[in-house]
Design a protein around this ligand. Structure first.
Ligand SMILES: *Cc1c(COP(=O)(O)O)cnc(C)c1O
Length: 399
């Protein structure tokens, strides 16, 4: 009997070591990782550059506090600013905290401009922004709000893709629009360029801020550093986490200078955010992701994955209902229960994949994936579809 909270339906599987795309369990069995600890292990397992950076940092000062200067954190922020739209960065330990900072930054920006009533944010159904009280209210998923008292006020929700519905929700109180350019948990759903451009235009027309949650889709995963780049838009605030630390807990809120300007001493803080260990690893991750050719590799592998998924869809039309996602955040909406497919892939075929909303099989390989890995994964998924057979959806056991 575990002494842990029962918040996860955990598998008994425990991994002992990892190397690149592969993980090994306590019995030495090998698994191909198309899960990446939920899009975190962007550089796979045991990357020597990351391991070296963490070991070197461990020999120095582990922790001070954000009231002192942390040189590695300064350097990471400068590099993120130089590489992106942002002028200022606040570091956190997680995605939800990065979103909390994004929401507070947007609200405080208008407070400082003498508009304290302008705090409402328009967000979207099917989104996921984390598990804090603020972020469950922001996402508005009733399953995650139930039982936790009154939701934090100030969030309204529209259906993603429906620009008219967004327009209808705008009031003088609206301060921002918050969206994942590619919904992860919700079902690997990519927003169209036109929709994101439409949101940007609405924000411009109404003096609102555009906040993007790139915790899952950012940091290279779609074949661009940020997923919003595909739409050619510039956001005001972006929340990142997951891949930014490559497995070390780290997140960040990036903002344009004018937007971040009101976040003065006393408005926000974090004991650990961007501490020396996290920042050292963050810099090492950035070394790899910004290296010439890295993002181009991700884009190419995203295209190969999409091509192989199309072949799979043609071969198994009974099982594959729809292909979704962008780059290496790919989804297959399937007919058989996705939990059963995920379990079979893991236990019978040694492939780690994930589920997402809408009965979607979600593939999130480390960004170092090769086409040979992709072919291997697609082969294993095909084998599960073969085993399940046609028309036997009901026979697949629901967990
Ligand atoms: C995972 C995730 C979060 C929350 O990140 P945590 O580190 O679990 O707090 C927020 N937004 C998106 C899009 C995510 O995928």
């Amino acid at each position: 009997m575990s002494a842990l909270y029962g918040t996860y339906a955990r598998s008994g599987l425990a991994f002992e070591r990892g190397e690149g795309m592969r993980l090994y369990d306590q019995h030495g069995r090998e698994y191909l990782d198309f899960h990446s600890g939920v899009a975190v292990n962007a550089l796979g397992h045991g990357d020597p550059h990351l391991v070296g950076a963490l070991k070197a940092a461990a020999d120095k000062v582990w922790h001070t506090a954000n009231t002192f200067t942390i040189p590695e954190q300064e350097r990471l922020a400068r590099r993120l600013v130089d590489a992106t739209f942002a002028d200022a960065v606040f570091f956190t330990n997680s995605g939800a905290e990065a979103l909390e900072c994004a929401i507070k930054t947007a609200r405080h920006h208008f407070f400082a401009k003498g508009q304290p009533d302008r705090y409402e944010i328009i967000a979207f159904t099917g989104s996921f922004h984390g598990r804090t009280l603020g972020t469950i209210a922001a996402a508005g998923n009733p399953d995650y709000l139930e039982g936790f008292g009154p939701p934090v006020p100030g969030f309204k929700h529209a259906h993603p893709g429906d620009l008219e519905a967004v327009k209808a929700l705008i009031t003088p109180q609206t301060c921002a629009i918050l969206i994942e350019p590619v919904q992860g948990e919700g079902g690997a759903t990519a927003m169209s360029n036109e929709f994101l451009q439409g949101l940007r235009a609405l924000c411009d027309a109404h003096g609102m801020l555009l906040i993007l949650d790139e915790v899952q889709c950012g940091f290279g995963r779609t074949g661009r550093f940020f997923a919003f780049e595909w739409a050619g838009i510039t956001p005001d605030i972006v929340a990142v986490a997951k891949a930014i630390g490559g497995g070390f807990p780290l997140g960040a809120c990036l903002a344009r200078g004018e937007v971040a300007a009101s976040m003065v001493p006393g408005t926000h803080g974090s004991t650990y955010g961007g501490n020396p260990l996290a920042s050292a690893v963050g810099n090492a991750v950035l070394d790899r992701i910004l290296a010439p050719g890295f993002i181009e590799h991700v884009e190419a592998m995203g295209q190969r994955l999409a091509w192989h998924l199309q072949q799979l869809a043609q071969k198994y039309p009974e099982q594959v209902l729809e292909l979704r996602g962008k780059g290496l955040l790919a989804g297959i909406r399937i007919a058989p229960p996705v939990r059963d497919v995920v379990t079979r892939l893991r236990d019978d075929h040694g492939l780690l994949a994930m589920s997402a909303g809408d009965n979607v099989l979600r593939l999130l390989p480390p960004l170092i994936v090769t086409e040979a890995d992709i072919e291997e994964a697609i082969g294993r998924i095909g084998a599960v579809f073969e085993a399940i057979g046609t028309g036997s959806t009901a026979a697949a056991t629901a967990e």
